[in-house]
Design a protein around this ligand. Structure first.
Ligand code: MG
Length: 315
């Protein structure tokens, strides 16, 4: 264990159809695949998939970091990546983990990675009303639908319609991406109160990132659980909302949260209620995520469906 040969390449993957969220329209996923090779010729792969809208480094910043590293690096170079580059921390540490744990190949057929335990993102708006059927046929049972994009009434009509046509064993997660205000969030909570959490699993990030107290209050009065997502983009934020007493669901995206070990330790200490989610990464990043899920899962309070059903969004 000393030095590693470092190479990387950029990728650019167009979405099958533009992804419309409260942030706007996203059409192409840009990222970096990196490889570390040790003196014995063993290889470890990692992926850097920035999500700037969640406050990570930009794609350009990650690329700059890789370009300035040189072709040979050591473990210390990986351990000292600045906290301002969390996706780089994840990518490099994942490649290093893969090198170091080569015998423990993650079994992709493990139960948690079966499609029935993935939640899949439905097309936004009315397209969801017919978009769910091919996904159901593929085996998905948990669906996610974006709200906070159109006006409240229109979205509620579509949501209600969707709930009436989804099979009774299907679960729906609603994700506002922080796009509602207090009244709008209350409005949704009131509309959803007649549904059991077996049908509407949770309402995700109804309020903007910094409204932790209001989100807390909403969670306490809402019959449908509230999940935090954008409010917890980093491991530091995860630690901090727990210190503030949050006991509810948190969606975590390990690929943007820096060194995976800190997340694994956090789960050992706190037994949180986490939903592991992807960030539209490739199979390389997915394999890293699967290793993290395996390491964290038994220390989480519930085994919730993984937010991994994003593959079909790529052409
Ligand atoms: Mg979300």
């Amino acid at each position: 264990m000393g030095h590693y040969c470092f190479t990387f390449h950029e990728y650019s993957l167009p979405f099958r159809q533009p992804l419309v969220t409260h942030y706007g329209v996203w059409t192409v996923r840009n990222g970096i695949i990196l490889q570390l090779k040790d003196e014995k010729g063993q290889q470890g792969w990692g992926e850097i998939a920035p999500l700037e809208m969640f406050g990570t480094e930009s794609y350009g910043e990650a690329l700059d970091f890789c370009r300035h590293l040189g072709s040979t690096i050591c473990h210390k170079d990986i351990q000292t990546i600045p906290a301002t580059l969390p996706c780089c921390q994840f990518g490099f540490a994942s490649a290093w983990d893969e090198l170091s744990f080569i015998p423990e190949k993650t079994n992709l057929n493990d139960a948690p990675f079966d499609i029935r335990h993935h939640s899949v993102l439905l097309p936004t708006g009315r397209q969801a009303l017919h978009g769910w059927t091919p996904l159901w046929q593929r085996g998905y049972r948990t669906f996610k639908w974006k709200i906070g994009v159109d006006n409240l009434e229109e979205e509620w009509l579509v949501c209600h319609h969707l709930l009436s046509i989804l099979p009774p064993t299907a679960k729906l997660r609603l994700d506002a991406n922080g796009g509602l205000d207090w009244n709008g969030a209350q409005w949704w909570v009131n509309r959803l109160q007649s549904f059991h959490p077996n049908r509407v699993e949770y309402l995700e990030q109804p309020l903007p990132v910094d409204q932790i107290e209001n989100l807390h209050q909403l969670d306490q009065q809402s019959p449908i659980p509230i999940a935090l997502d954008e409010s917890v983009a980093s491991i530091h934020q995860l630690e901090s909302i727990f210190a503030q007493g949050w006991q509810g669901i948190v969606v975590v995206k390990p690929a943007i949260m820096g060194y995976p070990r800190r997340l694994i330790q956090f789960c050992q200490q706190h037994r949180p209620d986490l939903v592991f989610s992807s960030v539209f990464e490739t199979k390389v990043g997915r394999r890293s995520l699967q290793r993290i899920v395996i390491a964290c899962r038994d220390n989480c309070r519930h085994h919730r469906s993984l937010g991994f059903g994003t593959d079909y969004w790529f052409t």
